[in-house]
Design a protein around this ligand. Structure first.
Ligand SMILES: [Zn+2]
Length: 409
């Protein structure tokens, strides 16, 4: 039983989806000078609402605490930046955006997405709650409002004359504690003819492909299109189109407009909804089966590390994503089994993974260590990483991915 009501419909929530035990905040990387201090661990137990079927975590900590000094900077993965540039290049002609339009991005991070609208001459504004991250964006020439988004922020912006032709909310909905208030914010800030695009990891893929490590405390909710439809209908908006993306192991890009102005939804909307029903996401019994497959993966991961250690093989990690921290903490893997991991982000190098205290170094250190196995934590970027690290083949090094099932290649 959770202590808080359902984030979407308000009903008490008591049905377990999966229990990943105790875990620290997945993005709270530990500094060397803090290694002797304690860390806070919180239950990582996911529930599903019997009534609206929103998959969600219990509320455990205020968003202000989680996001005030966020170590995640978006601008360090090539494939990710390409995805962002393509989005901007497509939205400008599709929505007819001009110098008289306004693009607003919610949770705009360091300006990694909005920067691609600048060459098109379209006015941009970011809304970002983490002050240190917003500062980086402003220094890069991306105007940024330091705030949590919701109805109040939308009203404040509206009062200053800001009204959006396009609101981009990519990979933020999962972090939102009050979903309805957030959707209200869209309704208030969006011009009558405007469009909101939202990107969320797709629950259908999480369930079908065993992506349990994408569960972490900063992700309060996990969305099907069925659930998103309920959310937007509730505030007088309508989903008019949906695209399926490769990002984060499989995401949805959902196009939303004011219901009064909306066109007939494209066939893609009915197609995704149909596949979700076929997979049983409209029936609560489906959600009861997920936990067992997660335990099977834990056994496979432990078996790999135990076998490698007993054979005297050296395993080094690649990447320090939030999902890696869920996986390593849930499976109980520490530096005794994986000596260190590497990451291209200088903000993570020199720190230690939360909970497991595995050191984070630079990719050059990986090559110098000549490991037998490179354990890829951001498995969604696996092709890019294998290409970057192909030099390990010279000494017979191999790659390992844990998800959807453990594979060595
Ligand atoms: Zn509910």
């Amino acid at each position: 039983m959770t202590s808080s009501p359902c984030r979407l419909c308000g009903q008490p929530v008591s049905r377990s989806f999966v229990d990943l035990g105790l875990s620290p905040l997945a993005n709270s990387f530990v500094r060397a000078e803090d290694l002797h201090k304690k860390e806070a661990f919180y239950p990582l137990h996911v529930y599903v609402c019997d009534r609206c079927l929103l998959v969600q975590l219990d509320e455990f900590e205020s968003p202000e605490h989680i996001f005030s000094d966020y170590a995640y900077f978006s601008s360090f993965a090539d494939a990710w930046l390409k995805h962002c540039r393509e989005y901007a290049d497509r939205m400008v002609p599709r929505l007819g955006l001009t110098a008289a339009s306004q693009v607003v991005e919610i949770a705009s991070n360091d300006g990694y997405l909005l920067q691609y609208f600048k060459p098109h001459g379209v006015p941009i504004l970011g809304v970002e709650p983490a002050e240190n991250v917003a500062k980086v964006a402003i220094e890069k020439g991306v105007p940024t409002e330091v705030a949590f988004f919701g109805a109040d922020t939308a009203r404040a912006l509206r009062a200053r004359g800001v009204a959006a032709d396009l609101i981009a909310a990519n990979n933020v909905l999962a972090h939102v504690p009050r979903l309805r208030d957030f959707a209200e914010g869209f309704r208030i800030l969006l011009k009558p003819e405007g469009t909101v695009t939202i990107e969320v990891p797709h629950l259908l893929r999480l369930v079908a492909e065993n992506q349990f490590d994408t569960i972490y405390h900063e992700h309060f909710s996990y969305f099907s299109l069925l659930v998103l439809e309920q959310l937007f209908t509730d505030v007088g908006m309508r989903i008019v189109d949906v695209e399926e993306l490769w990002t984060h192991g499989g995401s949805l890009r959902v196009f939303v407009r004011h219901a009064a102005q909306a066109d007939t939804p494209t066939p893609a909307v009915a197609d995704v909804l149909g596949r979700e029903r076929q997979a049983g996401l409209d029936r609560v019994e489906t959600y009861d089966r997920f936990a067992a497959q997660v335990v099977r993966t834990k056994c496979d991961v432990l078996a790999f590390f135990v076998e490698a250690a007993r054979a005297g093989k050296r395993v080094v990690g690649y990447g320090a994503p939030a999902k890696g921290n869920t996986l390593l903490n849930y499976c109980g893997i520490g530096p005794e089994l994986m000596a260190f991991t590497v990451d291209r982000s200088p903000h993570k190098q020199g720190r230690f993974l939360p909970g497991t205290r595995i050191p984070v170094r630079s990719p050059a250190d990986l090559l110098a260590a000549r490991p037998d196995f490179v354990f890829i934590l951001p498995w969604n970027l696996r092709d890019e990483i294998v290409e970057q690290m192909t030099a390990i083949r010279a000494w017979g090094g191999r790659f390992v991915v844990p998800i959807p099932t453990l594979g060595v290649f």
